[in-house]
Ligand binder design. Structure first.
Ligand SMILES: Cc1cc2nc3c(=O)[nH]c(=O)nc-3n(C[C@H](O)[C@H](O)[C@H](O)COP(=O)(O)O)c2cc1C
Ligand code: SF4
Ligand code: SF4
Length: 426
């Protein structure tokens, strides 16, 4: 019997890793002892908490967003880069590398001048860094000092500083991009022009997480004031996926990607990989639940690969990108309707309320049963009822054969391709 165990080994821009799960540069990657415990737990690599000129942090500094009772579904911070001395961090990098030679340590850096970049790069490589990550993403505090997202938002500055780092580095350089831009592509291309070996994204999103409505101060509160923070955690995953995919599909880009933003389980990781990431980085989920979360991530990914016949991560990277297209290329003649499985329905009527007030008024309560009726001739196939239904697989979206050949808006606009009659537009 052949050994069909898939290999989780992966490579991002020349940085080899035993599996695609890296700690993101953040509190879980703040010290040698922490990273050593993370490697023991199964993490493949770690991006060290950003080194630079040590700073003074504020208290408090984190805020949580509770979404429908789920605490920490979104998370914010106003923390800066490492507040530990450079000397201590470098010593711990060397020690961790000695203890875990197979697990890559990527050292995140953020300084100002060319000579500072040259010096800290040399020190990091001497300490044992397998790669560097340039933090061009921090959206608070450091950007006001001309670093972090202030660099990531200016392609010319990004390109120049990336160029310095690549010139002075003998190990691969990843550029960590900020999501605080309207279009990520020019920023990824700037990193490429600067010579980067890959990019990582996203850093945190500029935000105000909440307001203390009794004290009239946004949170997290520092004495009587607050400031904008960086949003992350599960809530940001859709934004991160879009930015990763936008770069992965850009024909002039082509650099390896380390995907970050809201990864909380193996499924999230698979989504990032299918949209072009060869590694994924995790911060918030580890902050909330500890290093042990990686065990389920590894098991889940392995099982997914087995059931889908993938033997390597490389086979999966970007597999969904060809199916991420422009709206104008979608098939306007493809039609679905909702169908309720009466055996599974618990009669809660949530789909009735949603369809009546938020969609097309085609799910109706019935007199002799709690199972609602769908008027398929009016159903536009929007998915809303399926989204609100609390029972898994109770409502399914089923394709309708309407006799019309596939035709996109672009086909209609350029060749006058015939479109099916509209539903629900009266
Ligand atoms: C408290 C905190 C501190 C962070 N510090 C850094 C940092 O020093 N350098 C950096 O590049 N990113 C930093 N980040 C951003 C994370 O590395 C990551 O990009 C972001 O949190 C999104 O991932 P997540 O959704 O898994 O948390 C920090 C995030 C948090 C929550
Ligand atoms: S798919 Fe949309 S339109 Fe159709 S029944 Fe469900 S909510 Fe109503
Ligand atoms: S939401 Fe689902 S379970 Fe509730 S009534 Fe509709 S179909 Fe039945």
């Amino acid at each position: 019997m052949p050994n069909l165990r898939p290999s989780l080994a992966t490579n991002t821009g020349g940085i080899a890793s035993p599996n695609p799960f890296w700690l993101a540069s953040a509190p879980p990657a703040n010290s040698g002892r922490q990273i050593q415990r993370a490697f023991e737990a199964g993490w493949g690599g770690a991006v060290w908490k950003t080194l630079g000129v040590p700073i003074q942090n504020v208290s408090s500094r984190f805020g949580g967003h509770t979404i429908h009772g789920v605490r920490g579904a979104g998370f914010t911070n106003i923390e800066l880069i490492t507040d530990r001395s450079l000397e201590v961090n470098l010593r711990e990098i060397t020690e961790t590398k000695r203890l875990f030679p197979k697990n890559p340590i990527i050292v995140s850096l953020m300084v100002e001048t060319e000579s500072q970049w040259r010096e800290i790069i040399a020190q990091s490589i001497d300490a044992g860094a397998d790669g560097l990550e340039l933090n061009f993403g921090c959206p608070h505090g450091m950007c006001e000092r001309g670093m972090g997202s202030a660099v990531g938002q200016e392609p010319a500055v990004n390109e120049r500083i990336t160029g310095w780092a690549v010139k002075y580095s003998t190990v691969p350089v990843l550029v960590k991009l900020t999501p605080n831009v309207s279009n990520i592509v020019p920023h990824g291309l700037a990193a490429k022009r600067g010579g980067a070996h890959g990019v990582s994204l996203i850093n945190t999103i500029k935000s105000i997480v909440s307001v203390d409505i009794d004290r009239f101060v946004p949170e997290p509160r520092v004495a009587t004031k607050s400031t904008n923070g960086g949003y992350c955690g599960s809530a940001v995953k859709p934004i991160a996926l879009h930015m990763v995919a936008s770069l992965a599909r850009e024909k002039d880009f082509g650099l390896p990607i380390s995907g970050i933003g809201g990864v909380s389980n193996w499924r999230d990781a698979v989504e990032f990989i299918l949209l072009g990431s060869s590694t994924v980085q995790v911060c918030t989920e580890v902050m909330l639940r500890g290093y042990g979360v990686v065990e389920d991530m590894i098991d889940g990914l392995e099982e997914y690969m087995r059931t889908h016949g993938f033997t390597s991560i490389a086979q999966m990277v970007g597999k969904a990108i060809p199916n991420f297209s422009e709206w104008g290329d979608l098939d306007l003649n493809y039609e679905t309707v909702a169908k309720i499985d009466a055996d599974k329905c618990i009669g809660c009527q949530l789909c009735v309320a949603a369809c009546h007030d938020g969609a097309h008024q085609c799910i109706h309560p019935q007199e002799n049963t709690r199972v609602p009726r769908i008027d398929e001739s009016e159903c536009v196939g929007c998915n809303l009822c399926q989204i609100v239904c609390p029972v898994t697989n109770c409502i399914e979206m089923v394709q309708v054969s309407n006799g019309h050949a596939p035709a996109s808006w672009n086909d209609f606009a350029t060749q006058g391709a015939p479109l099916r009659p509209k539903k629900g537009a009266h």
